[in-house]
Design a protein around this ligand. Sequence first.
Ligand code: SF4
Length: 380
Amino acid sequence: MDETTKKQPSADAKSALIAQNCSVIRAEATADELQTIHKIDVLASEQDISLSFLKELLSLPKNNAVKYLHAKARQAVENVYGDKIFLRGLVEITSFCRNNCNYCGIRRSNRTLERYRMTPETIMACCQDGYKYGMRTFVLQGGEDMWWTDERLGDLVSQIRAEYPDCAITLSMGERPRESYQRLFDLGANRYLLRHETADEQHYHYLHPEEMSFQNRMQCLQWLKEIGYQVGCGFMVGSPGQTPETIFKDLQFIRSFRPQMVGIGPFVATQHTPFADEPNGSVETTLRLLSTIRLLHPHVLLPSTTALGSLHPLGRELGILAGANVLMPNLSPVENRELYNIYDNKICLGDGIDHCYDCLSARMESTSRRIVVERGDFVG
Ligand code: SF4
């Protein structure tokens, strides 16, 4: 049985899925809530937020203003993308990594992990499975594994491009030289995911070992954009050392960088990492930030992440109801999934794509949105 069906949602959790529209919520709001609702309208129309209002949004009790924030975000995404939810088929091609990020389960120093690298044949088989189930984007993700030279990765990209000309190829392979990004783009990769992790330099150094460079991370994102990739940045919600001030910098970075995608999910404490004993990030804060990002950047492609589903039985549905419009089912062979342990208690480790697809489709019915067979490119 799938992890997602083992965790039965409570009646309370189910009632969280009842989505009202803005006018109904406004009609039920108190005078105080209406004041906050007015500020949410200003946020949406100006596509900007102040630090003081961000702090207010993050500290509100769950009330009508919070419901309104989510409803407004749903309205914003539906204005651009209608009721569509796009799928990205995730293939975790390598669990080797040269880096040692303090939060990550596959960091180099974790000697307890059995490492793997998929063969190109296995990766192509994953794409074939994904295509059969309607996926028109393949995301090749891994640690910063230099075994995947430009030549090897380029050959793989070329092969996928030749066999699936109608699909987008997304890479999520970390920091590489500009020439490498260019070469992979020329061979047919379209998108690149590279979470910035935090837009605050001091916080970046708290999350990463000394040898990693905030400037280089930002430089890579800039190169990717200049080359012509659709670029995804993002951060964890509730990462150790995060404050409203650092989140504010993240939101301002998103406003100015205008990425095509933003991936945010709650921080999940993971064994064999320096942050193993830290508290997990909050699902509620993640949902509020998803809605805020949607209102700041209405066209952005925003995944409802597996990390959200790992911390709440209805996390992915709630993410969609907060303004997300992308899901990333895992196409990796079941035997590899547990080894790609970037964080603990990840869901969906035991089921193939046939089961995942049916499960996600059934779950999304409760959101009144629908999974579509499309590449789901950024609409700019
Ligand atoms: S977060 Fe990425 S770069 Fe950092 S250790 Fe994990 S896989 Fe490597």
